[in-house]
Write a protein that binds this ligand. Structure first.
Ligand code: BES
Ligand code: MN
Ligand code: ZN
Length: 498
């Protein structure tokens, strides 16, 4: 779908449908709406608002034919709700709803939309155009790779029509940034949705290599043999039960100017999590092809970063392997010596993500970055605590966490901080090693965070648990069900804000 922003007179747009927004608390038409209303012989003021009683309640819509070809055959009014409450998140969600509805309406290929709620909403023209673009592109994502019959999209063009020529530059930036983020999200979603039979460690390493060639990033990949020499012992233990070779990948974006900061992103890359010898019940295993969502996320973010080109050096790291039961699997009671030398007794082979992340966190220490952020489908406990629509975040720097949460809010993604207390290390106590890989039944997401903390020296470390949010079974706001690409927006916008 082609989305653009242009300064134009709404009465001459020549489109299938014009979309206009009405606030609930004052149904006064803005100047563009007044002009359009005149061109359409009072269909808005007399027809829809007076006769039909359109109230402007948030997300209410009405579409009617105009009986004219110029400027449009149909007009759609959408309710924006209360002025005070209308923000970018509401606009994103609403844009998704509008496009879904129009796509089901007969004969609509071409849409002209005003920057909804612009003069009254809590955003500027760039943010407005950005939210409309993201809402539309995110909601039209569809994973049909393995369907022999593909869904056809009816709508081909959406134009955001601007009243003022001075708005055009900022609006175009908003649209363009939205497109960059959404194509990164599409990449991430595709990779998560891809079945584990194809998205193997080796295949993902190849995809990452191709990505780096396309974008001019540095790419390194390490084999099992090299990783053994580099002491990735906890990681290799997790992968040893599988027929698939483990891979560790490292992509780097370097700005042309001197970098202001150096940021490391680490994504959990379990390409299938059967649980290992602590095998999962069938139902819990059903979606475990998505256990590499963290990896897919950091690859999506670095793709967006390569397009947006901030003066920040960004590293994307992921240790990729399968967690499988076999005669070669790592076992309950095994003691692993992690890359940083600490020993871990394996209490549960299904708590594998933290073991793989541990070695990558240690590897990251050697890169001396300003900040380290890991992102992982790490714990069922995080889903119990926060559900499928709120991402968990924790770490050792309050300011950094607060900033990420705030940027998430603006980006349309909810995060909530979970605590890590030093004394949680008690729960990880082992009789024979420095620690175990699991605690008790309680505070599972936090204890996993506490475990990870043993392997980073960074003073600016955040851990993001997307176990609930990476893949959802009900649509939520602009998101369809399935892979969400969650945190691609937040992390990219966070890096852009540094
Ligand atoms: N990959 C899972 C976590 C998960 C669960 C992600 C559901 C997405 C949906 C992780 O490796 C895991 O199995 N965690 C265990 C840890 C436990 C054994 C301490 C869990 O949460 O049950
Ligand atoms: Mn597991
Ligand atoms: Zn897992």
């Amino acid at each position: 779908m082609d989305i653009s922003a242009k300064h134009q007179d709404m009465t001459t747009v020549l489109t299938n449908v014009i979309v206009l927004g009405i606030f609930e608390d004052d149904k006064i038409l803005n100047p563009v709406q007044t002009k359009t209303d005149k061109a359409l012989k009072g269909i808005i003021s007399n027809g829809l608002i007076k006769t039909e009683g359109f109230k402007g309640k948030y997300s209410d819509t009405v579409i009617v034919p105009t009986q004219l070809k110029i400027p449009a055959d149909k007009i759609m009014l959408v309710g924006l709700g209360k002025k005070k409450e209308f923000d970018c998140s509401k606009l994103r969600e609403l844009s998704a709803k509008i496009i879904k509805q129009l796509d089901k309406t007969l004969n609509i290929k071409n849409v002209s939309i005003e920057p909804l709620g612009l003069k009254c909403g809590n955003f500027n023209i760039q943010e407005c155009a950005n939210a409309i673009t993201e809402g539309i592109l995110i909601s039209t994502y569809d994973y049909d790779k393995y369907k022999t019959k593909k869904n056809q999209q009816q709508i081909k063009k959406v134009r955001i029509v601007l009243e003022d020529a001075k708005e055009e530059k900022a609006a175009k930036t908003g649209v363009n940034n939205g497109k960059i983020l959404c194509s990164a999200m599409d990449f991430t979603k595709d990779l998560i949705n891809e079945p584990a039979q194809n998205a193997t460690p080796e295949a993902i390493a190849q995809i990452a290599k191709n990505l780096s060639l396309d974008l001019g990033l540095t790419f390194d990949v390490y084999s099992k043999k090299q990783l053994a020499q580099m002491n990735f012992n906890a990681f290799l233990a997790v992968g040893q039960g599988s027929e698939q070779e483990p891979k560790f990948i490292h992509l780097t974006y370097k700005p042309t100017k001197k970098a202001k900061k150096k940021i490391i992103l680490i994504g959990k890359g379990i390409t299938f999590d059967s649980g290992g010898l602590d095998i999962k019940p069938a139902n819990s295993m059903l979606t475990m092809k998505t256990d590499m969502s963290g990896c897919a996320t950091v690859l999506g973010v670095i793709q967006a970063i390569a397009a947006l080109k901030p003066d920040i050096e960004v590293h994307a790291l992921s240790a990729l392997c399968e967690n499988m039961p076999s005669g070669k699997s790592y076992k309950q009671g095994d003691v692993l010596t992690a890359k940083n030398g600490k020993t871990i007794e394996v209490d549960n082979t299904d708590a594998e993500g933290r073991l793989t992340l541990a070695d990558v966190l240690t590897y990251a220490d050697e890169l001396n970055a300003d900040e380290v952020i890991d992102i992982a489908t790490l714990t069922g406990a995080c889903i119990v605590a926060l559900g499928q629509n709120i991402t968990g975040i924790m770490g050792n720097n309050q300011e950094m966490i607060k900033k990420i949460i705030n940027i998430g809010k603006k980006s349309g993604e909810n995060l909530w901080e979970l605590p890590i207390f030093d004394d949680m290390q008690e729960m990880l106590k082992s009789d024979i090693a420095d620690m175990r890989n699991t605690g008790s039944r309680y505070a599972g997401a936090s204890v996993a965070g506490r475990f990870l903390q043993n392997f980073t020296k960074s003073k600016n470390w955040a851990h993001i648990d997307i176990a609930g949010t990476a893949f959802i079974d009900k649509p939520y706001k602009e998101l369809n069900k399935g892979a969400t690409g969650v945190m691609v927006r937040t992390l990219t916008n966070y890096i852009m804000s540094l």
